[in-house]
Design a protein around this ligand. Sequence first.
Ligand SMILES: Nc1ncnc2c1ncn2[C@@H]1O[C@H](COP(=O)(O)OP(=O)(O)OP(=O)(O)O)[C@@H](O)[C@H]1O
Length: 268
Amino acid sequence: MALLPLLDAKDITVRFGGLVAVDSVSATFMPGELVGIIGPNGAGKTTFFNAISGVTQPTSGALKVQGRELSGKGPHRFAAHGLARTFQTPRTFPDMLVRDNIAFGLKFAGRRPRKYIWWGEETTVPWVLRTPESILGLIGLRDQADLPAAAITPSQQRLLEIGMALATRPRMLLLDEVAAGLTENEVEEMARLIRRLRDELDLTVVWIEHAVTTLLRHVERVIVLYQGKKIADGTPAEVVRNAEVIEAYLGDEMNEPSTEHVVEEASA
Ligand SMILES: Nc1ncnc2c1ncn2[C@@H]1O[C@H](COP(=O)(O)OP(=O)(O)OP(=O)(O)O)[C@@H](O)[C@H]1O
């Protein structure tokens, strides 16, 4: 039997009054894929994320998760089908301890049993997603467990939000600019963590990021949005050679000395 996409978005359009923020975008995400979404400011990246996670109702288009029609459903239904996401501004509980932020996510997941049916088979929740301690270990925040979330650094806040998303025991993780505001080293560490999570937890990961050079180095597929439209969808090597992408977006990035080697690597 052919493998179904984990998420299948067909002709998704989102209008805000007269503005078409997302313009008939179709994309499929297969189990275990690590996909980047790039594009200039205002290209529609976050709006597309909101639409495929039930946060914003698309004006038109269809959404299927594991073959199940979820068009028109709210974020809780998407979460119940294994989708978890982070937001551009981390949505943690600042007055609660780091550990309790994670416990909150686990409580949400607790409504689903430890074994659940996934792709028609009984699946056990990976042990690393069972307790606040194990999740904190996975994201490298064990030492901060007993601090209020407001007391940790911005990069740790981003990790905490990823931890909260993982606590809901997802199969698909949508990451919205989790590397924004981080130092170059922190961005690289974040990219490595994202890959490790995908590999160890067998997740499908879709990652929006402005740090294009890092993203191109770490993802296997990139979708490029421009003025609400999808203008490219392919491997980093294909996308950096795409004339429309260069014209619309990557031209300036490629002229940056720091980017040249990445483009060369991606094209190799
Ligand atoms: N709730 C809203 N109401 C009206 N317009 C909106 C709303 N949300 C987004 N927009 C507009 O939709 C367009 C796409 O915005 P979106 O935030 O999805 O882009 P983006 O690619 O994520 O940008 P950035 O990289 O700056 O985060 C922009 O013109 C934005 O102003």
